[in-house]
Design a protein around this ligand. Sequence first.
Ligand SMILES: [Zn+2]
Length: 218
Amino acid sequence: MKVDSVEILPVSGFTSHLAKINQLDRIGFERFVFFPGMTCFSFESWWGKNTARKTSHEGLDICFFTNTRKEQFRLDETTRIPILYEGRIVHEMEDFLGRTLVVRHVVGGAGDMTFLSFYAHIIPDRQLRTGDVVKEGEVLGIIADAAKTNSALISHLHISLAWECMLPPVSGLTWNVLNRVARSVFIDPLTVLSGSHVILENAPDHRASIDFIKFSEA
Ligand SMILES: [Zn+2]
């Protein structure tokens, strides 16, 4: 089935939910900051020696933000993660930093068109089960602590969005499968997030990220 390219997803209040449930307003949250390699479909990496990715990034890495005083912060392993849209948890899988929850959503007014949202590198809330119905803004879990792995990455949330009809059955999905599917399956999450952001196209390199302090220690 071919997805009409004019099909667009509704805007999600994810950013304001994230700010609210993590009390980011107390430090004046203003906007997300992305290094090259964190954005969807990028072939760059934002860790290690900036080597290229083998396949383009199938989603968005969310970690850094600035406040109204232009101070630099990052999300960390205390960060609670809200769901983008109302939906149903349909799958859970492992990833290299933690676990991934997959939630199915229906596009309003378009029959049975469904898309999936993926929340990777997290520790899911222990109450949640596959089959549970969830509301926009509801907490899925927290970001996994990357320091507990051998990864060169720092703790962050990876979000992917994909049309379900263009994927193999959801129960068999793994990140290995998702790495190999056509990139036209995916939707850039930045197209649905409310609020502003900045992409540091000319960032010197990923090491600039060490200047961002954990928001929970602010
Ligand atoms: Zn990612």
